[in-house]
Design a protein around this ligand. Structure first.
Ligand code: GLN
Length: 481
């Protein structure tokens, strides 16, 4: 898709402004219902598009992604523009700088049509935790788009953007991709700079693309990845264009199927779609073998200790003083209140939603004196064992395949009353974040639910920094189908 549009732009069959107008028009007609966007950047997007047209008219070579309309999840800073992370506490927050991914995208002249809705501070699996609006799944508007990058997924699925960026701490790119029939890539930890991404859990967070094809994901990924001096956890890399390696010869490569992921409790339709996918891998010349990830059962509990611990620390900065909303200002009782503590408490009580507060409390508890060893320290040790499971598995196979999520998109309200059932949505995805490996979700079939055909994603995990091989396999699978 991106390559085609790029050719059309280059041949001047369409101008970047016309292309931007086309997507802005779709936003106008569809987003009243879908509600994917928190902000539409009409003026700015058209200006960005004009600049691309000038370059093309002057005969300059432009990047593959130049002039291609995309969207950003609203937890990435855009200089001079509102960045809310889906939270009321940042309702009036204007970012003073660009996130590093945004800087890189500007360098290749992309057009950014808007900022997308998300679960507050990226906590959730349905986008229902947004303080602002409810984003609908374009495949079936009675259902959620997944989360927390639900706005980005819905924007691409409804053709309101060609590509979008999401962030993934425990599945927030891959699960919405699965629910909306898209490709979603969570890169290796350290591949993409987190500078200017509003942190959820710093040892797990990664930014990545949501697109309609694997090639498009590779194109966007190539342009946002690489070492960044603003993020000490980014790794040196050669600045590869991953889209150039998608046709690599994969014969002889091995896909591992973790026996722990295919237990009795796996939904039978999800199982059969996943099994069919395995047959397709075989027809690509790739062999499939069973493997074991012995500590897989601990992934979700470990995630729900480490992630809230980091959340409680990262979100301490939202205190009503340093950023965004200050409740006592609004009430004009700063002097009357007389207490800084009261300002903190009121601002956080009013500005943060229930799920965010729940995780801050959990994290504060597990990090507190006396409990730190029992919970946080222990979880870190098990995280190490989970990582070792992957090291061992990757001595045997090149990739690991599973469903992305245990089910297709669910209905609004289906899980909002019980946080634990919502947390189960992440059962297959959190491990990649804990181990730091790359993972991609791509459509592998559909299931019939209440007379509707709903998309299902398959998840391919790769070796650390082997996005190249992983994307090639996903691409060849996609082309084959
Ligand atoms: N759904 C998971 C959670 O609620 C993942 C979130 C994410 O990846 N940002 O924590």
């Amino acid at each position: 898709m991106i390559r085609d549009l790029h050719e059309q732009l280059k041949r001047q069959e369409i101008s970047a402004v016309e292309l931007a107008e086309r997507y802005l028009k779709t936003i106008e007609t569809k987003d009243g219902e879908i509600q994917a966007f928190l902000d539409v950047r009409r003026e700015q997007a058209l200006r960005e598009a004009e600049a691309v047209d000038h370059k093309i008219m002057r005969g300059e070579t432009v990047d593959l992604l130049a002039g291609i309309p995309g969207a950003l999840k609203d937890n990435m800073c855009l200089r001079g523009e509102r960045t809310t992370a889906g939270s009321k506490i940042l309702d009036n927050y204007i970012a003073p700088y660009d996130a590093s991914v945004v800087e890189r995208l500007r360098q290749v002249d992309v057009v950014m049509v808007g900022k997308t809705n998300m679960d507050e501070f990226a906590m959730g699996s349905s986008t229902e935790n947004s303080a602002y609006q409810r984003t609908k799944n374009p495949v079936d508007t009675a259902r959620v788009p997944g989360g927390s990058s639900g706005g980005s997924a819905a924007a691409v699925a409804a053709d309101m953007a060609v590509w979008a960026l999401g962030s993934d701490t425990g599945g927030s790119i891959r699960q919405p991709a699965s629910f909306c029939g898209l490709v979603g890539l969570k890169p290796t930890y350290g591949r993409v700079s987190r500078s200017g991404l509003l942190a959820m859990a710093s040892s797990l967070d990664q930014i990545g693309p949501l697109t309609k094809t694997v090639e498009d994901a590779a194109i966007v990924f190539s342009r946002i990845s690489g070492f960044d001096r603003m993020d000490a956890t980014t790794a040196e890399s050669k600045g590869k264009m991953f889209e150039d390696f998608l046709d690599a010869d994969l014969r002889g490569k091995k896909v591992g199927i973790p026996r722990e992921y295919f237990s009795e409790s796996l939904d039978k339709d999800v199982r059969s779609v996943t099994m069919e996918a395995l047959e397709r891998f075989k027809s690509l010349g790739v062999s499939v073998e069973e493997i074991s990830l012995p500590h897989a059962a601990f992934s979700l509990p470990v995630y729900y200790i480490i992630m809230p611990a980091e959340v409680s620390s990262n979100l301490a900065r939202f205190d009503g003083i340093k950023y965004g909303l200050r409740v006592n200002d609004e009430k004009e009782r700063m002097v009357a209140a007389g207490s800084l503590l009261e300002t903190y408490l009121d601002s956080r009580a009013y500005g943060l939603g229930a799920e965010v507060k729940r995780r801050i409390m959990l994290g504060t508890y597990t990090l507190s004196a006396g409990y730190y060893d029992a919970y946080y320290q222990k979880a870190q040790k098990v995280r190490q064992l989970i990582r070792q499971d992957f090291e061992r598995a990757y001595g045997q196979v090149d990739f690991i395949f599973s469903p992305t999520a245990p089910e297709a998109a669910f209905k609004f309200g289906a899980k909002t009353d019980d946080p634990l059932t919502m947390y189960l949505s992440d059962i297959y995805t959190v491990t990649a974040n804990l181990a730091g490996v790359p993972a991609v979700s791509f459509p592998i079939g559909t299931v019939e639910v209440e007379g509707k055909s709903l998309p299902l994603g398959g998840q391919l995990q790769g070796k650390w920094f082997d996005e190249e091989g992983m994307l090639a396999l996903a691409h060849q699978y996609e082309r084959w189908s």
